[in-house]
Ligand binder design. Structure first.
Ligand code: LMR
Length: 362
């Protein structure tokens, strides 16, 4: 009798717990799980001693961990955490798990995350001047990119963001973009004819493919693999590290090392959040940021070289390097974009970017 009673009691407990879990799931489904709307600057876990006093920065980005941006974000987070003795904790969300490149900027503005680092191309529709960074063949060397990002041009561009109550902390580096496609080797502008490419939302990039005779679709980074797989798009442009880490080469037979444009990032923080930090914390963040920027400037080159080496080992991928004559043919075809862009960004900024291009052209 005693055994039966305890079995019944046990069964009741199991039923109660199961009902509790099911009710919980239904409630969550009904009201909607929206992690992205969770208050982002504090961690609500009462069990953790002292956690309530911590400042938590949610840092969202869309690429893999083993990429220039992925590694830089982690490095920055650990520098800040150790230098503030854990008073600031930075939670890095990679691979677009929190927000995609299409909605991370709004999330930052609305304070649902504190930091993001979008590709500069993603800001070009909102801030027209940023288009200069997308111009094809505008940066003849890494030093030219560095001077644009860390000099007067970069400063001007970051200042634009204040209109949106966003503070631009710095630029991070990735690398030169290369072209992949499933159809044929691309060496001359004519080879682009009738192909369909995935692009970031950037008027200059759209115009670049148009000049080359190709059509485009703007697609989020994390949907690119799938769209290549189902052949909705025939190709895409990206850095070797992004192509390798996201397997964007898998349904592509050809890759051209064209170095025709540069992909880098603006590292942004919500301004209201920034203004609420103590001077001491701000200084630590700025110091860690400078150190990380210096690190990623050097290591992004190595990471992209390493990814290119790995891509060369892929048997089903043919890699071609543009010759000088082929590059000149691309440049000539793409020249009208410079004038088009000047009409949108003004001659003052264009003069500065031309000057930089000339300085580093041999
Ligand atoms: C892309 O969309 O191709 C890039 O913006 C991804 C990234 O952030 O590097």
């Amino acid at each position: 009798m005693k055994t039966i009673t305890s079995e019944v009691a046990g069964l009741r407990t199991v039923i109660t717990i199961t009902a509790f879990i099911i009710t919980g799931i239904f409630t969550a489904l009904f009201f909607g799980f929206d992690l992205s709307n969770a208050s982002s600057s504090l961690e609500y876990d009462d069990e953790q001693e002292g956690i309530k006093d911590k400042i938590v920065i949610q840092f969202s980005h869309v690429v893999a961990e083993n990429t220039p941006k992925g590694m830089a974000a982690r490095r920055f987070a650990s520098l800040v955490e150790s230098r503030t003795n854990g008073e600031i904790k930075i939670q890095v969300h990679s691979n677009g798990t929190l927000y995609s490149d299409q909605n991370e900027y709004e999330a930052l503005r609305e304070g649902r995350v504190e930091m993001i680092a979008p590709a500069t191309s993603n800001l070009t529709k909102r801030f027209l001047k940023w288009q200069v960074l997308d111009l094809p063949f505008i940066f003849p060397s890494y030093q030219a990119v560095e001077e644009a990002y860390e000099g007067e041009i970069g400063e001007t561009l970051l200042r634009d963001l204040e209109q949106d109550d966003i503070k631009g902390l710095t630029f991070w580096y990735n690398g030169y973009k290369q072209v992949t496609n499933s159809s044929q080797p691309i060496l001359y502008p004519e080879d682009f004819h009738r192909l369909h490419f995935r692009i970031m939302p950037s008027p200059v990039i759209e115009s670049q493919f148009e000049q080359l005779g190709a059509s485009t679709s703007e697609l989020p980074f994390n949907k690119t693999y799938r769209n290549l797989e189902v052949d909705f798009v025939n190709g895409q442009e990206n850095t070797a590290s992004n192509i390798y880490s996201k397997k964007l080469f898998q349904d592509q037979s050809y890759m051209t090392i064209s170095n025709h444009g540069y992909l880098g990032y603006a590292v942004l923080i919500n301004e209201a959040f920034w203004n609420n930090l103590s001077n001491e914390h701000r200084e630590i963040i700025e110091g860690a940021m400078t150190e990380t920027t210096n690190w990623v400037r050097r290591h992004s080159i190595e990471m992209n070289d390493e990814s290119t080496r790995k891509l060369r080992q892929e048997e089903n991928l043919q890699i071609d390097y543009l010759t000088q004559a082929q590059q000149e043919a691309w440049e000539q075809r793409l020249r009208p974009i410079y004038e088009e862009t000047e009409s949108m960004v003004g001659s003052k900024l264009m003069k500065k970017i031309y000057k930089l291009k000339d300085k580093y052209s041999n």
